[in-house]
Design a protein around this ligand. Structure first.
Ligand SMILES: [Zn+2]
Length: 393
């Protein structure tokens, strides 16, 4: 089930143990034969951080360039970063901020071809190489194409270079980003969460001093002595590493499988076609809660209905900004009380209804049902609803 969602196609081996290996990181950047590739981000003061994307013929793709095809002055900036990374230097993010994402062990295949073909010229693959023949980066017994995400907000040279490409710009429209290919959606979800985390975390929450992104951008280091900083002195710090916020999303169903509970959120009023989106119940998990408890609580708080059983179905990284959607099914045993809808507890839903399974099937097959529409295909909500309608849960 998971392969169908945005952000869930595994393309890179993260090699998380190599992030702390300065020799490895330096070689991926400094080796003139390294085929390391970069995906680019830039901050926009009030709206967060956004990817550079290529737009052509109404399609979007992540901009994805090979390091050793960049102009020499830009390569020099990356070399400087790699020296500073080895030294854990205080000015590590003064020019560019990089995050090592992992190795693509398949080498250069056609998974990102859309991007490369979309760019005119040969500045991605030197003409002398065919896709499959491009040299692999080797280190110890590992090999593949190194991938980095890079934030160029502080670096005018990079911005000038990127602005020279026609069709390339930063994209801040979620619906456009959601149209990228499955492979790219994973690259985006993964890199965006790191970039967003680094952008939002400049100071230590324990002592207020500046933190620096060490281990190739994957950990924030506070240099204050241990005894002066409660973050530094804790046994396991949960603020040095990027956060992932778990969100449960639940398709609730009657125990006989004939009715499905969907809600229309206050934030989703009727569109131009007069349709309102009815979707699964969702909400952030809270500290000290199990996934099951959180699911039962959210169903009750939003709809007033009481479920008894919970089944965990699938999960999806959702980088707006840092969520992990945990898809569940909640089973409601009708007894005249459990199924009674009351949306006035937390007032999050504008409307909530028990739908007949046959009506949901009609909608899934492209048919019409009053003012009701379903979430977009490929979303975890859509797939949960579909599974319930088909009795696959
Ligand atoms: Zn500190």
């Amino acid at each position: 089930m998971t392969d169908i969602f945005f952000g869930t196609t595994t393309t890179l081996n993260r090699f998380s143990f190599l992030r702390t290996n300065d020799d490895f990181i330096s070689k991926t950047i400094l080796d003139p034969l390294s085929p390391a590739r970069l995906v680019f981000y830039k901050q926009d003061g009030k709206n967060g951080i956004h990817p550079y994307m290529i737009q052509r013929d109404g399609k979007f793709g992540m901009l994805n360039l090979q390091l050793n095809t960049l102009p020499s002055q830009l390569i020099r900036i990356l070399h400087d970063w790699s020296m500073k990374n080895s030294k854990k230097a205080n000015d590590l993010r003064d020019d560019v901020t990089l995050v090592f994402l992992g190795l693509d062990e398949d080498g250069l295949d056609e998974k990102y071809l859309f991007n490369d073909n979309s760019l005119s010229g040969s500045f991605i693959y030197p003409n002398s190489y065919k896709l499959k023949e491009y040299p692999q980066f080797k280190y110890d017994k590992f090999q593949g194409t190194p991938y980095y995400a890079i934030d160029v907000t502080q670096c005018q040279e990079f911005q000038t270079y990127l602005s020279s490409f026609e069709d390339v710009k930063t994209v801040n429209n979620m619906m456009s980003i959601l149209t990228v290919s499955k492979n790219e959606s994973s690259l985006f979800a993964y890199s965006k969460m790191y970039m967003d985390w680094l952008m939002r975390n400049k100071f230590c929450p324990g002592c207020g001093r500046q933190v620096i992104p060490v281990d190739a951008g994957t950990r924030l280091l506070c240099k204050t002595p241990k005894e002066e900083c409660p973050v530094k002195s804790s046994a396991v710090s949960n603020v040095c590493f990027p956060r992932t916020d778990p969100v449960i999303i639940v398709g609730a169903v009657s125990s006989d499988g004939k009715k499905i509970l969907l809600g229309n959120n206050q934030r989703h009023p009727a569109g131009p076609n007069g349709k309102r989106m009815f979707s699964c119940i969702a909400g952030f998990m809270e500290p000290g809660e199990t996934i099951e408890e959180s699911t039962l609580r959210e169903i009750w708080e939003e709809t007033g209905c009481s479920a008894r059983e919970v089944k965990i179905a699938a999960s999806q990284p959702w980088p707006f900004p840092a969520n992990l959607m945990i898809g569940c099914f909640g089973i409601v045993h009708f007894d005249g009380v459990n199924e009674v809808i009351n949306t006035e507890l937390d007032n999050e839903l504008a409307d909530c209804r028990w739908f007949d399974v046959d009506d949901i099937k009609t909608l899934l097959n492209g048919g019409e049902l009053d003012d009701v529409s379903l979430p977009m295909e490929g979303s975890i909500a859509y797939e949960l609803i579909k599974s319930l309608a088909l009795g696959k849960y």
